[in-house]
Design a protein around this ligand. Structure first.
Ligand SMILES: C[S@@+](CC[C@H](N)C(=O)[O-])C[C@H]1O[C@@H](n2cnc3c(N)ncnc32)[C@H](O)[C@@H]1O
Length: 199
């Protein structure tokens, strides 16, 4: 759908997984979950594990991603469980948000766009969170040496404090850096921020 290297990379992985998915949250989703209430947007939802966990605790979730395998899986799981997770296939590189939300979460997506676009999208996410609501965002930062899943000309390794800077005037509820070993002695270095829109 997007022709993007990263979407093809994840779609292939998801297609292998989708018949046998353990709904296990990754560490960033575990961090995000307690902050999710009300109407939630999961922007770059992958297989929807966080979306279903949030729906199980009472949220209504809109889940967007460009991977057909992921969206097919979410549709099937939402039908099977009756949980309020509404998934749509979307290229989030250029996606017009129209509604506002109590929480917007974007875990592991923005680094797949060039830095200027990623910052513009983050500004748009902030603009669509209601007063008192939260944005949870997770990106790869400088120091990351694992680049196999990136389009060589179209990605962003954020400066370490870039996310914090983008949330000036908001309350930073959490900010965490975490390193994960990657293939061939490489490294993935993440920053995760939970920021609250001043009421
Ligand atoms: C690292 S995964 C993260 C998925 C999920 N948030 C999680 O934490 O497991 C990155 C996700 O971004 C999606 N993605 C990458 N580029 C995209 C694009 N242009 N539009 C929509 N989704 C995209 C991929 O399909 C994949 O689901």
């Amino acid at each position: 759908m997007t022709g993007s290297v990263s979407v093809a990379f994840f779609d292939e992985q998801f297609r292998k997984q989708s018949h046998d998915v353990a709904l296990v949250l990754n560490p960033f989703e575990v961090l995000a979950l307690p902050f999710l209430t009300g109407e939630v947007l999961d922007f770059g939802c992958g297989m929807g594990n966080l979306a279903f966990a949030a729906a199980s605790q009472g949220c209504t979730v809109t889940a967007l991603d460009a991977s057909p395998a992921a969206i097919e899986h979410i549709h099937a799981h939402a039908t099977a469980t009756g949980l309020p997770v509404y998934a749509a296939l979307a290229d989030l590189r250029d996606y017009p948000l129209v509604a506002t939300y109590d929480a917007i979460v974007s875990i592991g997506l923005l680094m797949f766009f060039d830095c200027a676009r990623a910052i513009n999208i983050l500004a748009d996410l902030k603009a669509h969170v209601r007063p008192g609501g939260v944005v949870v965002v997770n990106v790869l930062v400088e120091g990351t040496t694992y680049i196999d899943m990136f389009d060589p000309t179209d990605h962003c390794l954020f400066a370490p404090m870039a996310l914090q800077d983008e949330f000036e005037g908001w309350t930073i509820e959490r900010m965490e850096f975490s390193d994960f070993a990657a293939p061939n002695d490489t490294l993935k270095r993440f920053c995760t921020v939970v920021a609250r829109n001043p009421a």
